[in-house]
Design a protein around this ligand. Structure first.
Ligand SMILES: *Cc1c(COP(=O)(O)O)cnc(C)c1O
Length: 367
């Protein structure tokens, strides 16, 4: 049998591991921060109608500029964040991971490097490697927070062409203050004039939803805010992520995307979901309630949850996290071991799933 080692792959890919959160079939799956609620049936029916209509035209390529979808995404952001974005400010891809890949293809490349503040989303490094871009990890403050001083020092030390700020940060849940984002932007413009990407995959779960870097875009042409329909919108399987930025940035991303990269089905489904954004986001309040419940119950168990603005919680205080992970799995509950000693990460599920997680954890740690 041929193995990977026998193939003439690019030397810089040798020894790399693909992204690999376990996909196991268990009753309570709280390991990849999905919205575990199903979408409303009324919305599903509307989407099916739109998919059927697009099927009748499936002999033709889809709208390469996906203008209807971009209009709907701009309206969604404007309605919720008070911004005045136009179609020209919006980009989208098959998940925000593809959008991030477009960013690295357009603004990274050989001889350039990106900076992230660890621990952060593991895909940044993998996407950088795929785009032959260097990647540097800088440290965070105590309890994974990020201060103005820390981001500015990190940027001045590393002189990156791209900076990734994830807010709220995966896997820690920590939000990044808007003043820190502004300080990072200013420091980056003073050093390399590079691109600052703020990844707001979990933005809708924040305690204060108006806390978005979208509100900082005006006058900052190298600030890019990436978001996704995978989490709050409960649309992970549809693969729709998007970006708000200056129109010139969108022109740059158009240079590297594959033509017709968003299928007619994807565009139709996403437009259908956005036409019902209130209903689609109906579960967000409930998820926030379950998140806050997990935080207080973990504290009551003597564990140490980190500050979170997302739909998940990273918590410390475990003597043997891999063992606890395994014992939870044996009880039908899948969470995530991010390899940070003494910690596990859990997504806030439905009330029932959350209860099952808390019960299983109490059993495992004997509380
Ligand atoms: C889940 C997640 C995404 C979303 O990825 P999609 O490709 O849109 O599903 C992006 N960034 C972070 C930090 C995430 O956790």
């Amino acid at each position: 049998m041929t193995s990977l080692d026998d193939l003439p792959i690019r030397p810089d890919l040798v020894g790399l591991k693909p992204y690999g959160a376990p996909q196991l079939s268990v009753p309570v799956s709280l390991n990849v921060n999905e919205n575990t609620h199903q979408i409303p049936e009324t919305v599903a029916v509307d989407i099916i109608g739109r998919l059927a209509a697009s099927l009748l035209n499936i002999n033709r390529y889809p709208d390469r500029e996906f203008l209807g979808l971009r209009r709907a995404l701009a309206d969604y952001l404007n309605d919720n964040l008070g911004s005045e974005l136009m179609v020209e400010n919006i980009w989208a891809g098959n998940g925000s991971n593809e959008v991030l890949q477009h960013i690295f293809q357009a603004f990274g490349g050989p001889g350039r490097k990106a900076l992230g503040f660890k621990p952060t989303y593991s895909m940044y490094k993998l996407i950088a490697q795929g785009a032959q871009t260097g990647y540097v990890d800088a440290e965070r403050d105590d309890r994974f927070e990020l201060s103005v001083e820390t981001v500015q020092a990190g940027i001045r030390d590393a002189t990156p062409n791209l900076v990734m700020l994830c807010s709220p940060n995966n896997p820690t849940g920590t939000p990044v203050a808007l003043e820190v984002i502004v300080a990072a932007y200013d420091a980056l413009q003073e050093t390399t004039g590079g691109i600052l990407v703020v990844d707001e995959a979990y933005g809708e779960f924040a305690h204060d939803q108006s806390h978005s870097a979208v509100t900082l875009l005006e006058g900052r042409p190298k600030l890019l805010v990436s978001r996704t329909m995978s989490k709050a919108f409960a649309f992970a399987g549809a693969r729709v992520g998007y970006l708000a930025a200056d129109p010139a940035v969108i022109d740059a991303l158009r240079l590297v995307r594959l033509p017709y990269h968003l299928s007619a089905f994807t565009q139709a489904a996403a437009e259908g979901a956005l036409a019902h954004s209130q209903e689609m986001l109906r579960t967000v309040d409930d998820i926030r309630t379950q998140r806050d419940r997990i935080v207080s119950e973990l504290s009551a168990m003597g564990l140490d949850p980190y500050r979170t603005d997302a739909n998940f919680i990273l918590f410390a205080g475990l003597d043997d996290a891999p063992k606890v992970w395994q014992q939870l799995l044996e009880r039908g509950v899948l969470v995530r071991d991010m390899g940070i000693a003494g910690t596990l990460r859990v997504s806030a599920g439905t009330e029932t799933e959350t209860t099952r997680f808390l019960q299983a954890l109490r059993e495992v740690i004997g509380k």
